[in-house]
Design a protein around this ligand. Structure first.
Ligand SMILES: Cc1cc2nc3c(=O)[nH]c(=O)nc-3n(C[C@H](O)[C@H](O)[C@H](O)COP(=O)(O)OP(=O)(O)OC[C@H]3O[C@@H](n4cnc5c(N)ncnc54)[C@H](O)[C@@H]3O)c2cc1C
Length: 457
C-alpha cells in the first residue's frame, strides 16, 4: 500500500492544528506529513506577545504550545526555516527554499494545506526602516522590540494604530514605564466598535495617562543620524519617540496562493467550502488568517484574523484530511481585548455593517455594573445592543467595562449563533449572585430594553 503525503505550509495555529489532528487520525504508516515553516518557531501564541512585552508573561517559551521537537516526536516531518516559494498545482508539488543556505528543492504532495497566516500592513513611508520601529506579528518581532526597549535612550513610545493590537501594546508599554502616545487614523480607538463605544475606550485610555491622537494619518518617521527613530510625523504634528510600535492591521498572506491560481475573495483571502477545502481544488485545504470566513449574521464573506478561528480551521482540516468529517460553518465576529483594567468586547454587526447589508435596526445602550451595586468592587459597565427592526433578531453587542465585562459578550455570541431575538434573550437563565452580577445581568437589561423598543414600534 502506498503512503499518502500531506504537505502543510505554515507552522503555527492553523497549519500545526491541521497536521496534529490528521496525525491523530492516521499513523505514520498511512500518512506522511511534511510541514514547512519559514520562521524559528511552531505553534506559538502571537496573542501572548503584548503580555510578554508588558512583563505579565516572563519567558518567551511560555508562549510556545508545541515545539518543533514535540511535533517531530509525533511523526511530523517539520522543516523549520524553510520557505515555500511556489505551489505547482498541476504537478501537485511545492518548491521550498532553505532560508539559511538558500538551497531549493521540490516536494510532491497528495494533499496540501495552505496556512500561511497574515502579513502586517507596513506602509511605504519615509523612515519606516529606522531602528526602533517594530511590528509585533511573530515571536522574533516581540524579542526585537524587547531588545530595543532594553537599550532605548528615553521612555517615549508611539503606537501607530488603535485596533486591539495597538491598544494592547499601549498597555504593554505603560506597564514598562513608558510615556505612550497612540496615533490613530480613525475617529475613535477600536474601530471594530461603533464610535460611541470607541469614545468610552478613548476616555479610559486618556485616564490611564495614554495620549490618544485620533483622525491622524502618519506621513513619515524621523530618525537621528545614527539611524534610530526619533519622531512620528503626521500632517499636523510631530510626536517624539524612542520606540515606535506598528499595529495598523493585517492582510491575508496569499501571494503564493494567488500565483498558483487558487481562488481569492474580495478581501484577498482564500475561498474555501464548509470543509475548509479550497474551492475547486479537491486536494487542497486552507485555514487561519489566510482565508475569508462567512459572517453568519450578515451572510457575507469577511477577513478576520483571529487565533480562535485559526485553531478551529486547523481541527476541521485535520479531521477531513485524516479521513473523518468536520465543517466550519462561519463566525459571528466575537472578539475580546483589554487595555489595563478596561475590558472591551464585541460580537455581531456594528451599525454601519448592518446598514451596509440593508438591515434596518434599533439600538439601545445601557449602563449597569459588573456586580450587585452594594457588593465591594462593583464597577460600571456599558452594553450596546443592536436588533433588527420589526423581527427583533439580535444583530450585535458591544461591551466596555471593568472586571467581568468582556467575557459577557459570549452570551450574545451564543444568542447570535442560535439566531435568537432580543425578546427571547430576556428569558435566558443566566447565573446570579451579588459578587458576579446585579440580579438582572447587564446583558439581560440591554435585551429587555431592546425588546421593548422593537415591540413598541
Ligand atoms: C500581537 C497579537 C495579538 C493577538 N491577539 C489575539 C487574541 O487575543 N485573540 C485571537 O483570537 N487572536 C489574536 N491574534 C491573532 C492570532 O495570533 C492569529 O489569528 C493566528 O496566529 C493565526 O494563525 P495562522 O496559523 O492562521 O497564521 P500565523 O500565526 O500567522 O502562522 C502562519 C505561519 O506560516 C508561516 N509562513 C507563511 N508563509 C510561509 C511560506 N511561504 N513558507 C513557510 N512558512 C510560511 C509564517 O512564518 C507563520 O509562522 C493576535 C495576533 C497578534 C500579532
Amino acid at each position: 500500500m502506498s503512503i499518502e503525503r500531506l504537505v502543510v505550509i505554515g507552522g503555527d495555529a492553523a497549519g500545526m492544528s491541521a497536521a496534529s489532528q490528521a496525525r491523530r487520525l492516521k499513523g505514520p504508516g498511512e500518512l506522511e506529513i511534511v510541514a514547512f515553516e519559514r520562521g524559528h518557531f511552531t505553534s506559538y501564541s502571537a496573542c501572548g506577545i503584548p503580555y510578554w512585552v508588558g512583563g505579565d508573561v516572563t519567558a518567551r517559551d511560555d508562549l510556545i504550545a508545541r515545539t518543533p521537537e514535540e511535533h517531530r516526536a509525533r511523526g511530523i516531518d517539520l522543516r523549520l526555516r524553510t520557505e515555500v516559494t511556489e505551489i505547482d498545482v498541476a504537478r501537485r508539488r511545492v518548491r521550498a527554499r532553505d532560508v539559511d543556505s538558500g538551497a531549493r528543492s521540490w516536494t510532491s504532495y497528495d494533499k496540501l494545506v495552505v496556512a500561511t497566516g497574515a502579513r502586517p500592513v507596513r506602509p511605504d513611508l519615509p523612515g519606516m526602516d529606522a531602528e526602533g520601529v517594530h511590528g509585533v506579528q511573530t515571536l522574533d518581532d516581540g524579542q526585537a522590540l524587547l531588545d530595543t526597549l532594553a537599550r532605548a535612550r528615553g521612555r517615549r513610545a508611539v503606537v501607530v494604530g488603535a485596533g486591539y493590537i495597538g491598544v494592547e501594546m499601549a498597555e504593554a508599554l505603560i506597564n514598562r514605564g513608558y510615556e505612550v502616545t497612540v496615533v490613530n487614523r480613525g475617529s475613535e480607538p477600536m474601530s471594530t466598535l461603533d464610535p460611541d463605544m470607541g469614545r468610552l475606550v478613548h476616555a479610559a485610555m486618556t485616564g490611564l495617562g495614554i495620549t490618544m491622537v485620533n483622525d491622524a494619518e502618519v506621513t513619515a518617521l524621523l530618525a537621528d543620524a545614527d539611524g534610530r527613530v526619533r519622531a512620528v510625523v503626521t500632517k499636523d504634528a510631530q510626536y517624539p519617540a524612542d520606540v515606535v510600535v506598528l499595529g495598523i492591521g493585517v492582510r491575508p498572506e496569499t501571494a503564493l496562493a494567488k500565483a498558483a491560481g487558487l481562488p481569492l475573495g474580495a478581501h484577498g483571502g482564500l475561498l474555501t467550502d464548509l470543509a475548509m477545502r479550497v474551492r475547486g481544488h479537491e486536494e487542497i485545504w486552507a485555514g487561519g488568517d489566510c482565508v475569508e470566513v462567512l459572517d453568519l449574521v450578515s451572510g457575507q464573506e469577511r477577513h478576520i484574523a483571529l487565533g480562535t478561528h485559526a485553531n478551529k480551521h486547523g481541527q476541521v482540516i485535520g479531521a477531513n484530511v485524516g479521513g473523518g468529517y468536520a465543517t466550519f460553518p462561519g463566525v459571528v465576529g466575537t472578539a475580546v481585548s483589554k487595555v489595563c483594567d478596561l475590558e472591551i468586547a464585541r460580537t455581531g454587526l456594528r451599525e454601519k455593517d448592518a446598514r451596509r447589508v440593508g438591515l434596518q435596526l434599533e439600538t439601545v445602550t445601557i449602563e449597569s455594573t459588573n456586580r450587585a451595586g452594594y457588593y465591594p468592587g462593583a464597577s460600571p459597565m456599558t452594553v450596546k445592543m443592536l436588533a433588527e427592526r420589526r423581527t427583533g433578531r439580535l444583530l450585535g453587542v458591544q461591551i466596555v467595562g471593568r472586571e467581568g465585562a468582556g467575557k459577557r459578550v459570549d452570551i450574545a455570541a451564543v444568542a447570535l449563533t442560535a439566531g435568537m431575538t432580543v425578546e427571547q434573550m430576556t428569558a435566558l437563565d443566566l447565573g446570579y449572585a451579588p459578587p458576579f452580577s446585579p440580579v438582572w445581568d447587564p446583558v439581560l437589561v440591554a435585551a429587555r430594553k431592546a425588546a421593548a423598543k422593537v415591540r413598541n414600534l
